[in-house]
Design a protein around this ligand. Structure first.
Ligand SMILES: Cc1cc2nc3c(=O)[nH]c(=O)nc-3n(C[C@H](O)[C@H](O)[C@H](O)COP(=O)(O)OP(=O)(O)OC[C@H]3O[C@@H](n4cnc5c(N)ncnc54)[C@H](O)[C@@H]3O)c2cc1C
Length: 418
């Protein structure tokens, strides 16, 4: 398979771009693999890539019930940042951000990572104090953070209503300049192509329907395309975590909830940072196509349906208009939803499950897109070495029994309070 480069682009231009090779093979399932990864989202594909690249385990299959990136990977609002307070999250997400910074060249695929900055707005003195604390913690962890005042916010986001008349006046914000966006489905495609180059089998339209066991050890999976034996099995299925873990007789502290996203009609460039509202749950950025990409809170009921309801759309749009009155005459163009894997403390679970050979990566709540590279990297390490890496050793399943929760926002054990 050829490398993407300016020379390849020029060469294919001569023949009208009609002869580009497939980005990855359409592999058929083999009877047995050293490792099977369930779920062809960003996390599953990244795991397979790092298993092959970092650990030399190449007899690997990624099994996806639909199409690559058709789950939350292709449905998110693409925000990438590492502005976390607690050490476990801060180190993990900063490692991820560092991987993002070199990802397009690592994968030889343009994931359109744009470090346009992420601003969290503060709307009270107390909130500004909390941001100062978080910013200081980030700096102590070696992560860039700037506490900025209202004038600086105004200079960065001129379309924001920073007047005293605003429904929630802006007091300042916490800025992470290295944060930003990436093109979400390119991340899935880039990892798939890079894993395929290392001979990983990427198998779409292959739903896992059962996990077979041999005593206390897993031995393979049942799928809609037949039985497959596996030395090790990694689960990376996001909103379907509970469903797939139940195939191995396990019940996880995870609930599936809906999260919606929406885009406006396309506009000329007007917003070149990511802005998140501190007085409610709302975040917005402008895509390269000109659409304003927005999201808010969960729909607040459990579901496996990939569509949401109107009240949340109204809430998101109302928050947008409060912050940016300029949006009031905009039309909403599309909206959709994904199934979120919400843990009880808002932080992920990455590690071994209580059956030999079975590993789990999930519970990403609102934030798993930015985690994709690090999640794949540490999950591959955990599967290959049969033990966690220092970066994911706190993200155990056992923390819910031992009480060592990683409750970043102090929101307690309720997904709907996050
Ligand atoms: C609307 C929305 C906005 C978001 N915004 C952000 C954001 O701005 N920033 C951020 O960091 N995160 C965000 N997220 C979260 C982020 O998208 C996810 O945490 C992340 O993409 C999860 O990736 P994944 O690979 O684990 O899951 P997915 O991409 O969902 O992949 C899991 C795959 O497993 C497959 N699968 C399920 N069951 C089976 C089975 N039995 N057999 C085979 N395959 C199976 C599914 O079809 C799916 O393709 C958002 C999510 C949503 C829904």
């Amino acid at each position: 398979m050829s490398r993407y480069s300016i020379f390849e682009l020029a060469r294919h231009a001569l023949t009208g771009h009609r002869h580009w090779p497939r980005a990855w093979r359409d592999a058929a399932p083999k009877p047995a693999y050293d490792a099977v990864i369930i779920g062809g989202g960003g996390h599953g594909l990244a795991t397979a890539y790092y298993l092959a690249k970092e650990h030399g385990i190449r007899n690997v299959a990624v099994l996806e019930k639909g199409w690559l990136g058709g789950g939350n990977t292709g449905r998110n609002t693409t925000i990438v940042r590492s502005n976390y307070l607690l050490p476990a999250n801060a180190h993990f997400y900063e490692f991820s951000l560092k991987l993002w910074e070199g990802l397009s060249s690592e994968l030889n695929f343009n994931v359109m990572f744009s470090q346009r900055g992420v601003i969290n707005l503060a709307h009270s003195d107390a909130q500004l104090d909390a941001f100062a604390r978080r910013g200081n913690a980030m700096r102590l962890h070696g992560i860039d953070a700037e506490l900025i005042d209202r004038e600086a916010v105004e200079a960065l986001v001129p379309i924001l209503d920073t007047s005293e008349r605003a429904r929630f006046p802006v007091y300042g914000g916490l800025l992470q300049r290295r944060g930003g966006n990436a093109r979400h489905d390119a991340v899935a495609w880039g990892y798939a192509r890079a894993a395929d180059r290392l001979r990983v089998d990427i198998i779409q339209n292959c739903e896992v329907t059962g996990i077979s066991r041999d005593g206390s050890r897993v031995s393979g999976v049942e799928t809609t395309r037949g039985s497959i034996k596996a030395g090790k099995i990694g689960i990376a299925v996001a909103g379907h975590s509970g469903h797939v873990a139940a195939m191995a007789g396990l019940r996880l502290p995870i609930e599936s909830h809906l999260l919606q996203a929406m885009v406006s009609e396309p506009l000329k460039p007007m917003l070149d940072t990511v802005v998140s509202f501190g007085a409610g749950h709302y975040y917005v950025s402008q895509s390269d196509k000109g659409e304003l990409v927005m999201g808010g809170d969960l729909d607040m009921y459990n579901s496996y349906a990939q569509r949401g309801n109107l009240p949340i759309i109204e809430e998101v749009v109302a928050a947008g208009v409060q912050l940016f009155p300029i949006m009031s005459r905009l039309r909403l163009m599309r909206h959709w939803a994904g199934v979120m894997d919400m843990t009880m403390d808002g932080s992920p679970i990455i590690g071994k499950l209580p059956l030999d050979g079975l590993y789990f990566d999930g519970g990403w709540c609102y934030g798993g897109f930015k985690a994709t590279p690090a999640s794949g990297w540490v999950f591959a390490y955990t599967i290959a070495q049969d033990r966690p890496h220092a970066l994911n050793e706190a993200f155990t399943l056992e923390r819910f029994a031992s009480g060592h929760l990683i409750d970043e926002k102090g929101a307690g054990p309720m997904p709907n309070a996050h």
